[in-house]
Design a protein around this ligand. Structure first.
Ligand SMILES: Cc1ncc(C[n+]2csc(CCOP(=O)(O)OP(=O)(O)O)c2C)c(N)n1
Ligand SMILES: [Mg+2]
Length: 810
């Protein structure tokens, strides 16, 4: 049925490319190939550190580029250089700028030297970090290296179009979509389809029926491992047959063509994408007989694992060679015309290489010259002058200096400059150190910026609004505060879309979204399959296009399924594009303390250490949780917000400004003031700590209890160090493993906030056991820290400090 439908559509839209178009394509293919050949040489001669290229995959990508329109999105991998060139999203100069790692975003706009070459991205944001009109440009979401990691995000890119098509209330957001007409194009290698992410995405796309066009570049290998060890029946299209659309059941359109067959490729892309765009049916293009003339990458050679026959076949079926034959056979152009194009391609690429190299190398040479001039020791005659001159000479001799060479020489020279070199007329030490400080700042700007948003919408710039409590304020279950807060946010902001397991129809496992689907409809709040990786990816893709997705992971313990994408994709997005893209999504989950190994988790160190770039907020109750949602929705940054899952039924005073109050990130709250010990904790542990504080009060120990609230960012005003100045003793308490988030907090307070100088006693941590929590109340009591454990820790600390006043209990 699928193929029949496609044939019918083809008759209506049949395209015939004119000679000029074909020859333009042939030129692009040749330029791309030359860039691969020359690019590899640049790496092998030391001008780049690593190289991976798109040779052998040129012709199919020409066909794909023909049907890629403004507003469309790509989520692909490192082989797509021809597509990027043919679609006009990248220049040949940029290919080389990426190989060199040029940090100038003017020359290397995709990643400004932060990623290996051939990791593509377009810029969605202007210089101020604000959204451009994404329907007026062709878009590529930012590549990552983990194979198939681009798939979950692809789902969200496609689903956004679907929501726009289905929800007329979004029609005014014309910078994001026009009637949902945009197709999300995915690319993946044959071997990477072995990854779970691929299957999860395919299944979800089939269920959701989204405009997703997936291309598999099948070159028979994943580095050295052949198809037969990767894929059942050695054919991805064959095993996917069960997903195929039939007369009465939704599914995928599956189309196949050979990677060297230009006319067949143009035909299937034209028909397939047109059908996908019009009908929102996902399409899979299985592109077979693709080659890899230079092997996988600059590390290693394919002669080691490909047979002689395979290598011979790859030569004969090189897609550009076959395209050439076809042009001649079809009498489209003559041998001479093609020879000319080929020669011009060689020259064009050589020129592009030269330009890119000059762009990259000139400022570095200038920087070296500038430094050598500043470090002028000719006026000095001290014993170390010789050593200084030797370092300078070495630096002068470096053929193509990089910043490391220059900075390293500057630091070594600065150590050697003596006072006699730095007489009043020639303050060499000051000059060199001033220069060094300035250039270290420049380096930091080049390599260490944009982990978080620099825009006016940075979460740190959101103005806080306190919850207001009227005299007649009611005490209500915490879940009602969340529900009403969401209601208010949904009403105010139609970019908000929420999804997860059991989120839609039943309103969440804890009824925190009760009634919202009925009120706002299935396009705003909906159920998903049990598929945490693509729940996260779906959110990333939607946020990259400018929506405000709230992705729910049902329990914190199951975040691990999606953590890889949070870490590799979401957390690195602003950084790896140097502020070119952002994904302001919120991941909401519930954690801390329930039952047994997989429902009790509080593995905060697993999170905070793997997702820097995403805020991590750990509210102690639902008012605080709501306040954090409101803050983050006002900002343009991603956050993980963990609700304390034993707090949904506990009553909280209902603020009168639901939906309006905003809790600042990075600001702890002092819950109890005290003078003897500072107790630092967060989330559900706050209530346990309050119990302990009351117990300790009976023993004349005064505790200052601080709720951190926000682990990332952490106490930006150094409030905890202030408390420590008063108490001189500190205990960090949570339910993570020993050495987990308590160690993180300790490092922040003792090292970053310089709290060590106020300590009169050993700093302490109270944590869970290293194993996960056992079942039942006793299992919990002996696995997780409890009020008695915290009591014992603080009491013993006081005993060691003053044994007479606090005699040993046991
Ligand atoms: C998760 C992950 N595992 C391993 C790698 C190392 N690696 C990079 S590319 C590659 C092979 C991919 O083969 P395929 O998907 O067929 O793409 P091709 O390079 O052949 O186009 C591997 C194993 C990686 N980048 N990510
Ligand atoms: Mg492959």
């Amino acid at each position: 049925m699928a193929v029949k439908t496609i044939k019918k559509i083809h008759q209506e839209t049949s395209q015939a490319f004119d000679k000029q178009q074909i020859l333009n394509d042939y030129r692009t293919a040749n330029e791309s190939r030359q860039a691969s050949l020359l690019g590899r040489r640049e790496v092998l001669t030391g001008k780049g550190k690593f190289g991976i290229f798109g040779d052998g995959k040129e012709v199919a990508q020409l066909a794909m580029a023909k049907v890629f329109r403004n507003g469309d999105w790509r989520s692909g991998y490192y082989r797509d250089q021809t597509f990027m060139l043919a679609a006009g999203m990248m220049s040949i100069e940029e290919i080389f700028a990426q190989i060199y790692g040029d940090t100038d975003a003017q020359f290397n706009p995709m990643n400004a030297g932060r990623l290996m070459n051939n990791h593509f991205a377009t810029r969605s944001l202007d210089k101020k970090g604000e959204w451009k009109n994404l329907t007026e440009q062709k878009n590529s979401s930012a590549d990552i290296s983990p194979t198939a990691g681009q798939m979950p995000r692809l789902l969200g890119l496609a689903l956004t179009s679907k929501l726009f098509r289905n929800n007329p209330e979004l029609a005014h957001l014309t910078n994001i979509s026009k009637n949902g007409d945009e197709v999300a194009f995915g690319t993946i290698g044959d071997a990477s389809t072995s990854e779970g992410h691929f299957w999860e995405t395919i299944n979800a796309a089939g269920v959701l029926q989204v405009p997703l066009a997936m291309s598999v570049w099948d070159d028979g290998f994943g580095i050295s491992v052949p198809n037969k060890l990767q894929t059942t029946k050695s054919s991805i299209s064959e095993v996917l047959k069960g997903f195929e659309k039939t007369d009465d059941k939704d599914g995928f359109i599956i189309l196949k063509a050979k990677g060297w067959d230009y006319s067949a490729l143009c035909k299937i892309y034209d028909e397939g994408v047109d059908y996908c765009r019009k009908n929102h049916v996902p399409v899979l293009f299985h592109i077979t007989e693709v080659t890899q003339p230079q092997g996988h990458s600059t590390s290693g050679s394919h002669e080691r694992y490909k047979s002689t026959e395979r290598l011979e076949w790859e030569k004969e079926y090189d897609c550009i060679l076959q395209m050439r034959k076809w042009i001649i056979d079809e009498s489209i152009a003559s041998d001479e015309e093609l020879n000319t194009i080929e020669k011009e391609a060689v020259e064009r690429v050589k020129q592009a290489r030269k330009t890119a190299w000059n762009n990259y190398q000139k400022p570095l040479n200038q920087l070296r010259d500038e430094f050598l001039k500043i470090a002028d020791v000719t006026t000095c005659n001290c014993a170390k002058t010789q050593k200084i001159n030797a370092i300078k000479e070495d630096l002068r001799q470096v053929a193509d200096p990089i910043r490391k060479d220059i900075m390293s020489a500057a630091k070594k020279i600065l150590r050697l400059i003596c006072d006699s070199c730095s007489n009043p007329e020639n303050s060499l030490k000051i000059n060199v150190s001033t220069w060094l400080k300035k250039e270290l700042l420049v380096s930091s700007e080049k390599f260490n910026t944009f982990l978080y948003s620099n825009s006016e919408e940075s979460a740190l710039k959101v103005v806080p609004v306190a919850p207001i409590y009227t005299e007649d304020a009611l005490m209500v279950p915490g879940r009602e505060i969340l529900r009403d807060n969401w209601d208010s946010q949904f009403a105010k902001n139609d970019k908000i879309v929420m999804f997860g397991e059991d989120v839609g129809q039943i309103g969440g496992v804890n009824q925190t979204y009760e009634g919202l689907q009925t009120k706002y409809g299935e396009n705003r709040i909906f159920d998903t399959g049990i598929r945490e990786a693509t729940i996260i990816g779906q959110g990333i893709g939607m946020a990259v296009r400018g929506l405000r997705p709230i992705a729910e992971i049902q329990y914190f313990d199951y975040l691990l399924y999606g953590l890889q994408l949070m870490s590799d994709d979401l957390a690195t997005l602003q950084y790896r594009t140097r502020g070119g893209q952002k994904a302001p999504m919120i991941i909401t989950t519930r954690g801390h303390r329930l039952e047994g190994i997989w429902h009790s988790g509080s593995p905060l160190s697993m999170v905070i250490n793997s997702i820097r770039g995403i805020y991590v907020l750990v509210p102690r109750d639902m008012t605080r949780a709501s306040g954090f949602y409101n803050t983050m929705l006002q900002s343009d940054e991603p956050a993980l917000i963990i609700e304390p899952l034993n707090g949904y039924r506990l009553r909280e005073t209902r603020p009168s400004n639901i939906g309006e109050f905003r809790i600042p990130v990075g600001v702890p709250e002092v819950i109890e003031t005290g003078t003897d010990v500072t107790l630092v904790t967060y989330g559900s542990c706050v209530r346990i700590a309050q119990d302990t504080v009351a117990q300790l009060r009976d023993f004349k120990i005064s505790v200052e209890l601080i709720d951190v609230q926000s682990l990332e960012p952490f106490d930006i005003h150094y409030m905890i160090a202030e408390s420590l100045k008063k108490t001189n003793k500190i205990v960090f308490f949570d339910e993570d493993v020993p050495g987990g988030a308590t160690a993180y907090m300790m490092q922040k307070v003792l090292e970053e906030q310089k709290g060590f100088q106020y300590l009169d006693a050993e700093p302490q941590t109270v944590t869970a056991q290293a194993h996960r929590a056992a079942y039942g109340t006793d299992g919990d009591y002996f696995s997780n820290p409890n009020a008695e454990d915290v009591f014992d820790c603080i009491y013993n600390l006081m005993h060691n400090y003053n044994p007479v006043k606090y005699p040993k209990i046991f």
